[in-house]
Design a protein. Structure first.
Length: 397
């Protein structure tokens, strides 16, 4: 079944026509994800210079000069859209109808019915300050282009968070080893050397009740260099109780704040710097954030792809983190269903496809793409030199 919408010509530019038709079938984590737009829809607008949400006390967000109702005549809540802002660049962001499903540290486009604007923001972070809009770094007028990326795809993220219940007690995980409880493991994908790359939850942040185990396992593994992908400054990391006595404190560490929105330059720039650190320092390496799930997950996926990992290996390794943490019900872990595991596998595929896409690299046919070649292009695009990429590959063999 299909439907058609007549779109307001004031705001919308549609390829060849002002009427767009789309299929109303829902997205599925099991269906192949090609990352492509299903409709040739786009909106052109500008940033409001004195938007009500731009002041830091109101969140420091960016308000777009388009009525929410006009925006919602084109896009729907839970769509993913591609947003390009003058002076900043391109990001992939979900459309929300309320803040109920906003994720900490993640971008959003909030379109609340009846409001005379749409808000481009970052939950618990002042996006207007981060991007430079409110600091005068980007000069007005600021043009914004928005086009459909994938209809309804954010529903998969909502489903993912429905079963993310964990415990900080190892007693809640009677079927897991200490390594699994700590989400600590060697990356053993195709092309990766033996015992050269590890991933884990944080070895020094005690909030998950796993840091001591990770620190000890890192020492046993002979880790010599850590890539800290957390959104925390070096001084903050070193203030954790017990830091000075940790194995971690005695090794080389790439510090620096990293956002969890992977299409933002605030992820790409520090990620590139940490990879340059890897190029300059021999391993074994351990990559971590807090949980060792999302930021760690995409770093490991990129490195595994660079070394020749298959799409299946990348997805399986990412999903392993979900089976190490979730789902805890009544203080005991219960096994995830196939559907839940498939959602985890979808997440890393989506993260990689969209991160590469904004750099002009198409891996939408994820299972059949040449991920190694695409990854080299991606690393060059975010600022690495060819010699640095070759050094990383040498260190990981």
């Amino acid at each position: 079944m299909s439907f058609c919408k007549v779109l307001p010509a004031t705001f919308v530019f549609v390829a060849f026509a002002l009427i767009a038709c789309s299929d109303d079938s829902s997205s599925s984590a099991d269906a192949p994800d090609n990352g492509a737009s299903e409709e040739s829809l786009s909106i052109s607008t500008t940033v409001m210079q004195d938007g009500p949400e731009m002041e830091a006390k109101n969140g420091g967000h960016i308000d777009l000069d388009i009525p929410a109702d006009s925006f919602l005549a084109v896009f729907e809540p839970n769509d993913y859209v591609k947003l390009t802002m003058d002076g900043y660049g391109t990001v992939i962001v979900p459309v929300l109808a309320s803040m109920d499903n906003a994720l900490a540290g993640e971008l959003f486009l909030l379109a609340e019915e009846g409001k005379p604007y749409v808000t481009f923001g970052m939950f618990r972070a002042p996006l207007a300050i981060i991007t430079g809009v409110s600091r005068g770094v980007i000069k007005f007028p600021i043009n914004v282009e928005i086009e459909l990326e994938k209809k309804g795809e954010f529903t998969n993220v909502i489903k993912l968070y429905e079963f993310q219940h964990k415990s900080n007690s190892i007693e809640a995980y009677p079927e897991l080893s200490a390594e699994e409880f700590a989400n600590f493991r060697m990356v053993a994908t195709t092309g990766m050397g033996d015992s050269v790359l590890f991933r884990a939850s944080s070895p020094i942040d005690p909030q998950l009740g796993r840091s001591g185990i990770v620190d000890s396992l890192a020492e046993v593994a002979g880790v010599k260099a850590f890539l800290n992908m957390n959104d925390a400054a070096e001084d903050s990391v070193k203030s954790f109780e017990g830091f000075e006595d940790s194995y971690y404190a005695k090794q080389k560490v790439a510090y620096g704040k990293v956002t969890s929105s992977f299409t933002m330059r605030e992820f790409k720039e520090p990620f590139a710097e940490k990879l340059k650190f890897m190029a300059e320092n021999e391993g074994p390496y351990l990559v971590h954030c807090v949980w060792g799930k999302d930021r760690t997950g995409i770093v490991i996926a990129v490195l595994a792809a660079l070394m020749g990992a298959t799409a299946e290996e990348i997805q399986d390794d990412y999903a392993k983190t979900y089976t190490n943490f979730f789902d805890v019900v009544d203080d005991k872990q219960v096994a995830l269903t196939k559907e839940q595991k498939d959602l985890a596998r979808w997440q890393i595929r989506w993260n990689m496809v969209t991160a590469y896409e904004v750099e002009g690299i198409d891996i939408s046919d994820f299972e059949n793409a040449d991920l190694a070649a695409a990854t080299e292009k991606y690393l060059l695009a975010i600022g690495l030199e060819k010699s640095e990429i070759e050094s990383i590959k040498k260190h990981l063999k």
